[in-house]
Design a protein around this ligand. Structure first.
Ligand code: AIR
Ligand code: ASP
Length: 274
């Protein structure tokens, strides 16, 4: 099957992304939508968000690969799509926290903005209808969601990712307050598998604050109705140096971001030829 078949098969549609059949077995195409939501409620469309998340997530995953953290990213194909490795997703959301915010404030009454004495790793079951309940290692292993060795690997990868990304963002004047990761099992052969980072690492799933002003540049801007979410996302992309075409603009990249699917597919075709 051609990568660009207009009738390529949709494998899965999530809230913010769509997965299509890839050009070869073991590969998928991950498409970033503009949809934004909290759990299963408050759904909106933010023009151009998917383009920025694709750029940011591709960049961050490529950086992780450089330090030896395996991810599902094979390559960024175009504005909204990545070629990724197909994995068996582990239905757990892994949250790493460095600073008190969000549900840590709500659940434990802690003061927002306080740096934690050590990073905390939490696990949540991916089940929207139950509001993604928090689970312990014991739940995860007893329910047969992942084995203890797999959880150990997930924990150590999460800590490494946190150390690396925290340092990288700090160098750009951003504080990585917390973030969410998802992992999958990649089969290397019939009997050999490894745990790799999947899904996306983007401001939809991170809290990033400006070091000097403590201003949020992430999805909280939308969650808390603080203003235009794209301003922060563009700022993050600009600091990472991944999206110069729209980084300076105030119009969200206008025409590039509303590029039609057909044009995008043509674009993919061009890029793939190189
Ligand atoms: N997160 C968790 N589930 C979905 C998302 N996006 C991310 C949030 C935040 C971190 O996990 O974006 O960066 C912790 O979220 P909370 O709400 O538990 O404080
Ligand atoms: N990114 C997920 C999706 O595409 C949503 C989530 O992380 O909650 O459905």
């Amino acid at each position: 099957m051609s990568l660009f078949s207009p009738k390529r098969k949709k494998i899965y549609e999530g809230k913010a992304k769509v997965l299509y059949e890839g050009p070869e077995p073991g590969m998928l195409i991950q498409y970033f939508k503009d949809d934004i939501s909290i759990g299963s409620e408050k759904k909106e469309t933010v023009n151009g968000k998917g383009v920025l998340n694709n750029a940011i997530s591709s960049f961050l995953m490529a950086k992780l690969a450089e330090i030896g953290v395996p991810t599902h990213l094979i390559k960024k194909l175009n504005m909204r799509e990545q070629l990724i490795a197909q994995v068996d997703m582990i239905p757990i959301e892994v949250v790493v926290r460095n600073v008190v915010a969000g549900s840590l404030v709500k659940r434990y009454g802690l003061e927002k903005g306080k740096a934690l004495p050590r990073a905390i790793v939490e696990y949540y079951l991916k089940k929207d209808e139950l509001g993604d309940p928090m689970v312990s290692e014991e739940h995860i292993t007893a329910f047969g969601i992942a084995s203890l060795p797999e959880l150990d690997e997930i924990y150590s990868l999460s800590m490494r990712i946190n150390d690396y990304l925290s340092g990288m963002f700090l160098g750009m004047g951003l504080r990585l307050v917390d973030f969410k990761l998802e992992f999958g099992r990649q089969f290397l052969s019939e009997h050999e598998l490894r745990i790799i980072v999947a899904d996306e690492i983007s401001p939809d799933h991170c809290r990033l604050w400006d070091v000097k002003t403590n201003e949020s540049l992430d999805m909280d801007v939308w969650r808390e109705k603080q203003g235009d979410i794209m301003t922060g996302y563009r700022d993050i992309a600009a600091r990472l140096g991944v999206f110069p075409d729209t980084a300076g603009g105030s119009d969200g990249g206008g025409d590039i971001l509303s590029m039609s699917d057909a044009a995008e597919r043509a674009n993919t075709k061009e890029e793939a030829k190189r």
